[in-house]
Design a protein around this ligand. Structure first.
Ligand SMILES: [Zn+2]
Length: 482
């Protein structure tokens, strides 16, 4: 039986902490799976173990009478057909759990209930829900590196990736469980408590299983039960827990459904309107979302410019109509056609309606008038190269806040071409956008802030970063401050 050597194998890293010996004993149960683990009102703990022979063991562990302060009683019931050998194994397992609880009680202040002893010192102050908070509640007993005797372990505790539209989805933390040498991974997802059916609930949280449950081995059940148990013990009902949105833990590397650098500042009121390109398949969902939020949207008809839909968004019907009508002749013009003076004027109007600084709009329309691929000194290049070269020629201090040259082009604070990389009006705009992003997506703001500073390269064909070609002219700019 694997459980006989389990205590040592499973104890790696789990022995520490208030519940350390208890967690280590359960991780080392081998063939037995801990299916349920419940703290009880009177401070005792009930456990339900399932053996591989269809046998069930129920244990209630409570402290001895007269405040002796250690594990005193274990009510045991066995169900199912159980061989004599299994009875002996069961006795060993129960004995081990009892000794582990005793060890936990010895670490705790005298007179503690089992539940209190396993919980450790109560957490105080306020808590912001997130992967850090979940990690803190499970540690030091459970975390990546701690494993069961059958090779199950927590692989990662992190926010669910790729939150959908604009981040008003709630933040959900996924505790992922995997097994060395394969087996389907699955997760316990922790989120703000609600009344939907759940695997387990704490004072503030609900937990559910995600992933395939089929063929899940005993150690996986035990880990799930332990995660739910520790969260229940340690989520102090007296503590105020706040729940940020899903964007709170999004980083720069995430693949997001929408351009958050546009949407967050718009929703925060920093941008007056948006001209947004999205795949046609997503338009309906987006428009519905906007309408629920009280915004107004319109989709460009007869768009010849992009394979995606052009969606205009504003706070009023008037605002959206104005933007759509100014932009209509622009999106209807064939790509590459010579811009007429009327189109140049309308480009300026669109920039103005989107709230862009007048000086930057003017610099842009001047390029549109002479054709956006024409360089200041003559010759042709990619539109982004031309704009960057021109802005750089007017710049004395290169500010990362205005850097629009990251390889991931959407990652920028200014959604227009700045007239210079130290344009005061553009810097003020960037400050507002950054503050809005910082408020909703602090990790993203931090990562973007450091990514925007440094040396940027773009070649005449518009390739950026590592993709620039050595065979063509490259513009390198050093953004030395944020
Ligand atoms: Zn400007």
């Amino acid at each position: 039986m694997t459980g006989s050597s389990g205590e040592d194998e499973g104890a790696q890293g789990a022995g520490r902490g208030a519940a350390g010996p208890f967690v280590a004993a359960l991780l080392g149960l081998g063939e037995f799976a801990c299916e349920r683990l419940e703290p009880r009102e009177d401070g005792s703990v009930s456990l339900q173990l399932r053996g591989g022979q269809g046998d069930w063991i129920e244990i209630t562990a409570s402290t001895a009478a007269a405040g002796r302060g250690h594990f005193g009683r274990c009510a045991l019931s066995l169900r199912g057909q159980v061989s004599a050998a299994r009875r002996a194994e069961t006795a060993v397992a129960v004995e081990r759990i009892g000794r582990a609880i005793d060890a936990c009680l010895e670490r705790a202040p005298a007179g503690c209930s089992i539940v209190r002893a396993l919980a450790g010192p109560p957490r105080e102050g306020s808590v912001v829900f997130g992967s850090e908070a979940v990690r803190a509640m499970l540690s030091p007993e459970l975390g990546p590196g701690v494993r069961t005797t059958d090779g199950h372990r927590i692989t990662v505790i992190e926010a669910e990736p790729n939150p959908r539209v604009m981040g008003d989805a709630p933040l959900r933390v996924s505790v992922q469980i995997g097994r060395e040498g394969g087996g389907a991974p699955f997760a316990i997802v922790v989120e703000k408590r609600d009344e939907r059916p759940a695997y387990a609930r704490t004072a503030h949280l609900s937990m559910s299983h995600h992933g395939t449950g089929a063929g899940r081995a005993s150690g996986a059940h035990t880990l799930c039960a332990l995660i739910a148990f520790l969260l229940r013990l340690r989520d102090n009902p007296d503590v105020a827990m706040t729940f940020p949105g899903a964007l709170a833990e999004v980083g720069l590397g995430a693949t997001l459904d929408v351009d958050v650098f546009e949407w967050i500042p718009f929703a925060a009121g920093v941008k007056p309107a948006l001209r947004h390109e999205v795949p046609y398949a997503r338009v309906e969902e987006l428009v519905q979302w906007l309408e629920r939020r009280g915004f107004v949207a319109a989709v460009a008809e007869e768009n010849r410019r992009t394979p995606d839909a052009v969606v205009y968004v504003a706070r009023t019907l008037e605002g959206v109509r104005e933007l759509a009508s100014a932009d209509a002749p622009i999106v209807q013009a064939l790509p590459g056609s010579i811009p007429t003076p009327q189109l140049v004027r309308l480009q300026g109007r669109v920039g103005e309606l989107l709230g862009y600084p007048a000086c930057c709009v003017e610099a842009f329309t001047a390029r549109v008038a002479r054709e956006v691929h024409r360089r200041i000194g003559g010759g042709e290049a990619h539109e982004h190269f031309v704009a960057a070269e021109e802005a750089a020629s007017r710049t004395s201090v290169f500010h990362g806040r205005l850097n629009d040259l990251l390889p991931q082009r959407a990652a920028r604070l200014v959604s227009f071409f700045p007239c210079r990389y130290d344009c005061p009006a553009a810097l003020a705009w960037a400050d507002g956008v950054f503050a809005a992003i910082e408020a909703q997506a602090p990790r993203l703001a931090r990562e973007l802030g450091s990514a925007l500073v440094g040396r940027m390269v773009i070649d005449v064909d518009g390739a950026r970063g590592d993709a620039v070609s050595a065979a063509v002219e490259v513009l390198a700019l050093e953004f030395d401050r944020f």
